[in-house]
Design a binder for this molecule. Sequence first.
Ligand code: T46
Length: 131
Amino acid sequence: MKIDLLEFFQHESDKGYLVPLESNNNIPFEIKRVYFIHGTSDNTKRGFHAHKHLQQVAICVSGSCVFLLDDGNKKTRVKLDKPNKGLYIGNNVWREMSDFSDDCVLLVLASEQYAESDYIRDYKEFLGCKK
Ligand code: T46
């Protein structure tokens, strides 16, 4: 499955922590878009799609949430609960997000600008693409 757990170096001092994120360095692509999700309740479920080409890194910069990842053959669950922990998701991976804590702020770095045409929102179509 095209996923990876990334642990970012953080600069620690008596002032707190600073986590740098750089294109083609600790983020394995050029960052063309950044968005974040917040204000989710714990029974919110989001995602339910895959991307044809997009690569992303998701980071819970506050709180926690769970990703269910599915490549059509295998499924795995990843809990994001630290601001220096990132989840790389390559293309053609179905994702569902759940178990958002009240304070969850999910930051996502993306390799492309937004294009609805890159989404596969139908699970049967997603499985069909795998054949
Ligand atoms: C993903 C997961 C982790 C935009 O206009 N621009 C954007 O950059 C994005 C990401 C979304 N939108 C619009 C499209 C929808 O009208 O915002 C609305 C909500 O998007 P969506 O329902 O796709 O949100 P999620 O949380 O289900 O999925 C998002 C990303 O779309 C997706 O790429 O991998 O977060």
